[in-house]
Structures are given as C-alpha cells and as structure tokens.
Design a protein around this ligand. Structure first.
Ligand code: ADP
Length: 256
C-alpha cells in the first residue's frame, strides 16, 4: 500500500499559493524495516560466536582444563570463533562505510596480471588442501583503472567463495577479457551451484543458501553484498549464472 505524507512548505504572501511536498512513506518505512532487519541480523550473528566462546571457556574453567586433549580442542574452538568474530566485525564495518558513501576509491592504472598473481599466491595453501585446480586466463599486458585494494578484495572474495562451495578435486577458473569499450572478469567453478530461487537474493546482506555450510567455511554472509557495492563503485555490474550440482559463474563487467 502506498502511504503519502503531505507537508505544506510555503504560503505566498499576497495570494493563496501553497507548495506541497509529498513524501512517499512506503519507501521510508521499507528502509526503516531493512535497517531493523540488519541490526537484528548483526546481533544474531555476533551472539553465535560469543556464546560458543563463553561456553567453551566456562567448561574449561569448570575442570576440563585437566585433560590436555580436551583443553587443546576447546582452545582451538575458542581461537577459531574469535577469528570469525573479528572477520564479522571487519565486514560489518566495511559494509557500513561503503553504504554510507565514506568510501573514496584511489583509482590507479595497474597491470591486472600482477594483482591476480598475488591473489593466487594467497589462496595457494587452501587450494592445495582442497586438491582443486585453478585455471587462470588473463591477458599479459592488460592494464585496468581500479582501486588496487578494493579490486583485490573483490577477486579474493569471489575466488574464496568458489573454493568453499566446490568439492575437493573441483576446478575453478578465473578469466579476464578485453572488449572495445569494456572489460570482463569471470570467476567460474564446477561446485555445488545455487538454486534458481536463491539466485536473486545472494547479494543481500547475510543471505546464505545453506547457513551451516557457509559457517563451516568461515563465511560471514556479507562477502557478496560487499563485492556488489565495490563493483558498482567502479561503475561496473555483476551477474551470476548457476546450476545446482553443475557450478556457478560470476560475471563482472567494467567500462574501460
Ligand atoms: P558467505 O560468507 O556465506 O560465503 P557470501 O555473501 O559470500 O556469504 O555469499 C552468500 C551465499 O551465496 C553463500 O552463503 C552461498 O550460499 C552462496 N554462494 C556464493 N558463492 C557461491 C558459489 N561460488 N557457489 C555456490 N554458492 C555460492
């Protein structure tokens, strides 16, 4: 239902002229609801690791510390959960900075091959552990005008997702293509895929197809929301194609 709010702003001195400002309250209420949902989600997401840290610390203090094995196991959980908390807080702050437009891009011309090489080194340990193939197809001398750190963040996010949602032994591809007026970056995997009904929602904050799988892989549920904002800040677009059990492709298009 459309809700309108009429606010008389100005009355002409010698006449009857009235300026009426119409606010669409539907949009305002929707924004307010989004904000409330976000706060509720953040509280819930923060509570989960904190409860776990507290529970395991309490059990240790209650005597479990006597047993070396248990002690090590519980401390590892506490350590992992504190890392998750740190990642979550970093992502929340990042997202709120981006959304309140406090993000100033420091654009520079970079050799795209160099950025990709650095990211490949970063994910190499995980890739080996997962026994996955990484196929890179990037033009040698292509330069692009981007914010280096933010661009790094975009690719790393998509690549770590592709690895997290692809079974061991799978293949992940990263391809960059140059056209006349734009250039395209594709991240492809032959992993679990995303159901058609979920596809339109995966860029929403905290939206996950499978909560448990996302948590197990260390995900915060904010990665794609951040990526979408960063791509748009570069005047680009992001699209996704996916088939359950076959794999997923993210396609990013940027103007030259
Ligand atoms: P998360 O931290 O949970 O990975 P993201 O915002 O990065 O959060 O992604 C949102 C959701 O989209 C994920 O929880 C997952 O369900 C789905 N998703 C993202 N990338 C892929 C992919 N390459 N293959 C399958 N599902 C994916």
């Amino acid at each position: 239902m459309l809700e309108l709010n009429f606010a008389p702003m100005w009355v002409e001195k010698n006449g009857v002229g009235v300026v009426v400002v119409i606010h669409d309250l539907t949009a305002i209420r929707r924004l307010e609801q989004l904000r409330k949902d976000f706060v509720a989600n953040v509280s819930h997401e923060l509570k989960t690791p904190i409860t776990s840290i507290r529970g395991f610390a309490e059990t240790l203090l209650d005597g479990a510390m006597q047993d070396d094995e248990t002690c090590k196991e519980f401390l590892t959980i506490i350590y992992d959960e504190s890392l998750r908390l740190q990642r979550l807080i970093a992502d929340i702050l990042d997202l709120s900075r981006i959304e309140s437009r406090q993000l100033a891009l420091q654009t520079e011309a970079i050799l795209i091959k160099n950025v990709i090489e650095k990211i490949v080194i970063k994910v190499e340990k995980q890739r080996r552990m997962n026994g996955q193939q990484l196929e890179i197809d990037v033009p040698h001398n292509m330069t692009v005008s981007v914010d280096l750190d933010r661009f790094h963040q975009i690719i790393l996010n998509l690549l770590t997702n592709a690895m997290a949602y692809t079974p061991n032994g799978g293949t992940i591809g990263l391809k960059v293509m140059e056209q006349k007026h734009n250039w395209t970056l594709q991240v492809t995997d032959n992993g679990i895929g995303i159901p058609e009904d979920d596809l339109p929602r995966i860029f929403e904050r905290f939206y996950r197809v499978e909560k448990d799988r996302s948590r197990a892989s260390g995900g915060t549920g904010l990665g794609l929301a951040i990526v979408k904002h960063l791509v748009e800040a570069h005047h680009g677009t992001i699209h996704v194609h996916s088939r359950v059990g076959k794999g997923t492709t993210f396609i990013l298009d940027f103007p030259k």
